[in-house]
Design a protein around this ligand. Structure first.
Ligand code: SF4
Length: 347
């Protein structure tokens, strides 16, 4: 009889050949008890695959929320849903603030920024901001968009404005917990890829109620959509939403799904974990992100201070997990990166 460690070893061999896992393999890995020694074995195996491909290089991104407003989609898990009623006013950060924030973080050595909006933010505004950022700050860094659904034309507008990637996920229980369909989300992903945008997707938002089979099926869909990145994201059970009061998935469960994603892709995807937890860095993720931006509790000045603090915290977490800061498109050598982080980022 094949034991779970034999299956993990077989999946490692597949990861080293960048070969797809089967549904049965996904379900077996996702059914491991997150608190068991077998899960440690899974995580350490995934880390060895990451080391094989990239050393321990890990990237740090910044996601900037451009607006915050009640959303008529009212997905069952989301705090922004109109029906939940938590957000009653609209908030936006100005283009000047967004540019200032990116300028400040660029000086400190960061290279990756995502402009995040609510579902119905006007694409023309996003395009205008992206063009301004590129014209004032140049092209020496990655600029992504996380916005609503994209037609082929809208995807091309983002690409032409200087955005090089988008985050777009088919949600777990899409069409059940959300009013959107799997096909709608998949079409946006295809449109973005056709426009030449890199697409990061996600296993998102993960709750304790999601079964190994549901998660496996979403991974299998992403194989078909040929996405470029994967974010493993915990569902925060916000009071007032359908999931209020339900426990959240543990750090180890979240990191286990990171490990499964690493074995599933080899090096075909970047793998992020959100929120950033050290266990995920230990078990094979290579990207974490710091959130900032429109927030009903912050004015812009406080927001900038808060974001810088959080970048430092994230960097120290990466160091603690033995990762090498790699958010650099200019391919620094490892010793140069180490010096860079000391001189510019933790100074
Ligand atoms: S579409 Fe996005 S912003 Fe709107 S309710 Fe759903 S998850 Fe929230």
């Amino acid at each position: 009889m094949t034991g779970i460690r034999d299956i993990i070893d077989r999946c490692r061999e597949k990861a080293l050949r960048c070969e797809d896992l089967t549904r049965d393999e996904f379900v077996a890995l996702l059914s491991i008890d997150p608190d068991s020694p077998d899960c440690d074995y899974l995580g350490e195996t995934a880390r060895s695959v990451k080391e094989h491909y990239s050393g321990n290089v890990t990237r740090l991104g910044t996601s900037i929320g451009l607006d915050l407003r009640p959303c008529r989609m009212s997905c069952d898990f989301c705090s922004l849903g109109e029906k939940v009623g938590l957000i009653t006013k609209e908030y936006e950060i100005s283009d000047d603030t967004a540019v200032q924030l990116i300028t400040d973080l660029r000086k400190r050595g960061f290279y990756q920024f995502t402009l995040r909006t609510t579902e119905f933010y006007p694409i023309e505004r996003l395009v205008s901001l992206a063009k301004r950022i590129r014209s004032e700050l140049g092209y020496g860094f990655a600029l992504s968009g996380n916005t609503g659904e994209l037609t082929p034309e809208k995807a091309r507008m983002l690409k032409d404005a200087g955005i090089n990637a988008v985050y777009h996920a088919v949600r777990l229980r899409e069409g059940i917990d959300t009013p959107l369909s799997v096909e709608t989300r998949s079409t946006t992903i295809r449109n973005a890829k056709d426009a030449g945008l890199r697409v990061s997707s996600g296993i998102d938002p993960i709750g304790v109620d999601h079964t190994p089979e549901e998660i496996a099926d979403l991974f299998l869909l992403y194989y078909k959509l040929n996405v470029d990145g994967m974010c493993i994201m915990r569902r925060i059970n916000v009071p007032g939403t359908k999931y209020e009061g339900m426990p959240e998935v543990s750090d180890r469960r979240l990191a286990q799904i990171v490990a499964v994603a690493r074995l599933a892709c080899g090096n075909r995807w970047t793998i992020a974990i959100h929120p950033a937890v050290k266990q995920g860095l230990l078990w094979g993720c290579d990207h974490i992100s710091v959130e900032t931006g429109a927030n009903p509790r912050d004015n812009n000045i406080d927001m900038l201070r808060w974001s810088l603090f959080d970048h430092d915290t994230a960097l120290r977490m990466m160091e603690d997990a033995g990762c090498v800061f790699g958010d650099n498109p200019f391919e620094m050598r490892e010793d140069e990166r180490t010096q860079h982080i000391k001189d510019h980022l933790l100074a």
